[in-house]
Design a protein. Structure first.
Length: 504
């Protein structure tokens, strides 16, 4: 088969990966030179670890994302519809979309966050918020919708450029729920897959949104062939949402929803971390130095948490539980430190800014109540500090992951993968990772600070043999569910559900 120019067409299958945050970011240095670095964040890190597993003779990948910095936008303007290859950072070409800043603000800071994030993590109080007013309607219609259209157009363009009759499109997370339906309307032979990396709540949670909007979001997702989640519970909730909110027939045995003459499958498979890559990062001299400092300064016990200042992470209740622990066990005074690494998150969203203030005030109160000149119970670091985080993973005696809700929680897996002290994991039963690691951790109700205080105490006092056995088994689980295995599961599921597609 010849391409437009008469040359043999590329026999590889086009694979378009879509996420809001891309694998790289460009900055302009003080010397005026352009610099590129790998993006942060759990989702990007995990996806980057999957790319080397792709068979380069079979797939032709491109990663489509939004430009995040001024220099990203400059790169996007320079290259237009062409993807950029940055081999030292990402293993596939990257195409950045320069979105109008005001439009992006409505899309991201006013609708995706907090609206969708809060709904899916159960964070709205409902008695007084949210208020769905003109601003919220405008954020959807003048932000979320046009940005999703822009992305869908770029996906279609990439599929056309790469020439496959049945390309694979893998969309990630809540920013782009409309994209699959938009792509299918113009490219019906595309094989479409969305993976939702955050929780999918029960159907009634979606009634916060007007029927028109929640219906459009669900129909957008139903443009897929497969919708993936981290747990069976989230997949089941998705199908029940389609039944209860759209009156569509579902089959919980087969885990499918029927729409017209199509079936959309809901699947679940937990993503993990690249253990070898983490270990390599932990061997860096900066990490070794931070670990030495932790050892020199540590007390008998070290409790650690590594979380963005996001209300879903439940940081304040974790500190209140620690406060209660010190009250109930005064013998621990001066013998334990709670190191909390809390990078600021989404401070342009009022709810997040208020929450970080609550975190700071809670720490001040706990330290004033229990601490003194020689010892402060909580060491709060509101900063991005990857070397210190990796060192803390290696050194913790207890890792606190008490989230209100989490699609998965990669911090739990990163900690288990790197810890060298048979540290205990204190894990929320509402974290997706609990399905895998709950049996090898101390499970907690994220709202019960009495139970959490007892759990921290148990984590610090469990005998050495049991600590070792639980830690080893948890690490084996993390190593087994590696990113390459996860990616192959998604591709295999898609092929089983819709086949390999027409010949390329």
């Amino acid at each position: 088969m010849d391409g437009p120019g008469g040359e043999a067409a590329d026999a590889r299958v086009p694979l378009v990966v879509v996420s809001h945050r891309g694998p790289v970011r460009f900055e302009r240095g003080d010397d005026g030179r352009r610099r590129v670095q790998r993006s942060g964040g759990g989702l990007v890190t995990a996806l980057l670890a999957t790319l080397p597993a792709l068979d380069p003779t079979r797939y032709d990948p491109v990663w489509l994302c939004a430009a995040a910095t001024d220099e990203d936008r400059a790169v996007a303007a320079e290259h237009g519809p062409e993807a950029v290859t940055v081999e030292e950072v990402a293993e596939c070409p990257v195409r950045m979309l320069a979105i109008d800043p005001d439009e992006h603000d409505r899309f991201y800071a006013s609708f995706s966050n907090p609206m969708l994030w809060f709904i899916q993590h159960g964070l709205w109080g409902l008695a007084t918020e949210p208020v769905i007013g003109r601003a919220e309607h405008d954020a959807y219609r003048e932000g979320y919708v046009p940005v999703n259209r822009r992305v869908a157009d770029a996906v279609h363009d990439e599929c056309e450029q790469r020439g496959g009759a049945s390309p694979i499109v893998m969309v990630h997370d809540y920013h782009f729920y409309l994209v699959p339906g938009l792509v299918r309307s113009v490219f019906p032979h595309a094989r479409l897959h969305t993976f939702v990396h955050i929780p999918w709540p029960q159907a009634d949670a979606w009634r916060v949104l007007p029927a028109e909007i929640r219906g459009a979001l669900l129909h957008g997702l139903l443009g897929n062939d497969v919708v993936g989640f981290h747990t069976h519970r989230y997949a089941r909730n998705f199908l029940l949402s389609c039944q209860e909110l759209l009156d569509l027939p579902i089959d919980l045995g087969e885990m499918v929803v029927r729409i017209g003459d199509r079936e959309v499958a809901a699947t679940w498979s937990p993503l993990s971390v690249d253990v070898e890559s983490l270990q390599a990062q932990a061997a860096d001299t900066h990490v070794v130095d931070r670990r030495r400092e932790l050892r020199d300064d540590r007390r008998e016990h070290l409790v650690v948490r590594v979380d963005r200042s996001d209300p879903s992470k439940n940081i304040v209740r974790g500190f209140l539980a620690y406060d209660l622990l010190l009250e109930q066990h005064p013998e621990l005074a001066g013998r334990v430190t709670f190191l909390a690494l809390v990078p600021p998150s989404r401070q342009d969203v009022p709810q997040y800014a208020r929450y970080l203030l609550d975190v700071r005030e809670t720490v001040e109160a706990v330290n004033a109540r229990h601490g003194g000149e020689r010892w402060q119970p909580i060491d709060l670091r509101v900063e991005e500090n990857l070397p210190l985080a990796l060192a803390a993973y290696q050194e913790y005696d207890a890792l606190m992951v008490n989230s209100v809700a989490d699609g998965l929680n990669l911090v739990a897996k990163e900690g288990v993968a790197l810890n060298e002290r048979d540290g205990m994991l204190v894990l929320s039963e509402n974290a997706g990772a609990y399905d895998e690691l709950g049996a090898f951790s101390i499970g907690v109700n994220p709202f019960d600070i009495v139970q959490q205080a007892d759990a921290i105490h148990e984590a610090l006092t469990t005998d050495g043999e049991r600590r070792h056995d639980l830690h080893v088994t948890a690490r084996q689980m993390v190593e087994h569910n590696d990113p390459a295995r996860w990616l192959q599961q998604q591709l295999d599921t898609l092929e089983r559900h819709v086949g390999a597609g027409p010949p390329v």
